[in-house]
Design a protein around this ligand. Structure first.
Ligand code: PDD
Length: 314
């Protein structure tokens, strides 16, 4: 496997890609990232991902000279050099190195790097047979709409899921509690928030998203997904909303209560890497009949068609 990456515009071997330990992404998580799926040599929704990165940089005041075009040409060069046809491209843009002080440096020299690796492993039948998830507290900051590299809480949610042998951690806000877990062990060992709740019980809290995916629920043919409030508005989420509208389903962006997860007919995750992935088990409760439902399957097949028909540019 090729170990080439793009660092600040130059293609270099990953071992030679030196970034300062004082980079603010390293010190503070002061940076942004994108993950772009590469299908048969083409970058799916490259422009949309890059736009989100550039919008994020503008929102955070990260000054740089990159444009949509220069990012695309760097991505294409990397793809040509690595020859990876089925992969995930990672772009990280940070405010760059500066002597450590919390406020922003007067002059910024941003760091950008791009990697392209084969797609990370997903359990082989997760998208067809469905996957299991566990719920956990959403302890993140309030600016989750920016795709920042501040991912500690997301990593904790994913680690908890991993330790429980499931795929994703679904994060809940507004939980009725006075203390947060005091250690990673305490956080990860705790059962899912809904494990001792029965369908029909009142339960404080609402779901925001997964550690690295957005979430949708379906009840009586109606689709809902949490609104753009404490979530990353995913590219796959946006396409899924479009497809659902096109298919004529009733679909709403609205707050989704945690207790709705227990009575939903269908639940699914959306992300660049996992695409549309059915959830069949939440905290040990079966979702619907415990198998992917018809609306999820329909949207997943529309998504596959959408990828196949996209004018992918390698
Ligand atoms: N993550 N929510 C979060 C917190 C995410 O990290 C992601 C994607 C999504 C889905 O966004 P999109 O559809 O644009 O991929 C939602 C990427 C894949 C990652 O961190 O690897």
């Amino acid at each position: 496997m090729s170990q080439l990456i793009v660092l600040n515009g130059q293609i270099v071997e990953v071992e030679e890609a030196n970034v300062s330990v004082l980079d603010r992404a390293n010190l503070f998580g002061d940076g942004l990232y994108e993950v772009i799926r590469c299908y048969t040599g083409g970058l799916f929704e490259h422009g949309t991902h890059v736009e989100r990165l550039l919008d994020g940089a503008a929102a955070l005041g990260i000054t740089h000279d990159w444009t949509r075009e220069s990012l695309e040409s760097a991505a294409r060069r990397l793809q040509a050099e690595t020859g990876i046809m089925e992969g995930e491209m990672y772009i990280q843009l940070s405010r760059g190195p500066a002597v450590r002080s919390h406020y922003f440096p007067d002059s910024q020299s941003p760091t950008i790097f791009i990697t392209l690796y084969p797609v990370r492993p997903i359990p082989p039948d997760a998208c067809t047979a469905g996957t299991s998830v566990i719920t956990c507290p959403d302890m993140r900051h309030g600016w989750c709409h920016l795709k920042t590299v501040n991912l500690l809480s997301n990593c904790l949610a994913k680690e908890k899921a991993h330790r429980h042998g499931v795929w994703e951690g679904l994060m809940l806000r507004g939980l009725d509690r006075t203390t947060l877990p005091g250690s990673v062990e305490e956080y990860c060992d705790a059962p899912g928030e809904l494990s001792s709740v029965s369908p029909g019980d009142k339960f404080a809290g609402y779901v925001t998203e997964g550690a690295s995916a957005n979430v949708f629920v379906v009840k009586d043919g109606r689709i809902a997904t949490p609104p753009r409030e404490n979530i990353l508005p995913g590219v796959t989420r946006r396409i899924t909303l479009e497809l659902a509208n096109r298919a004529g389903y009733e679909v709403k962006e609205r707050r989704v209560l945690a207790e709705e997860l227990l009575v939903a007919d269908e639940v699914f995750l959306t992300s660049t890497v996992g695409e549309i992935m059915p959830v069949v088990n939440i905290d040990g409760h079966l979702v619907g009949a415990g198998e992917p439902g018809p609306i999820t399957r329909r949207l997943a097949s529309m998504y596959t068609e959408r990828v196949a028909s996209a004018k992918l540019r390698g």
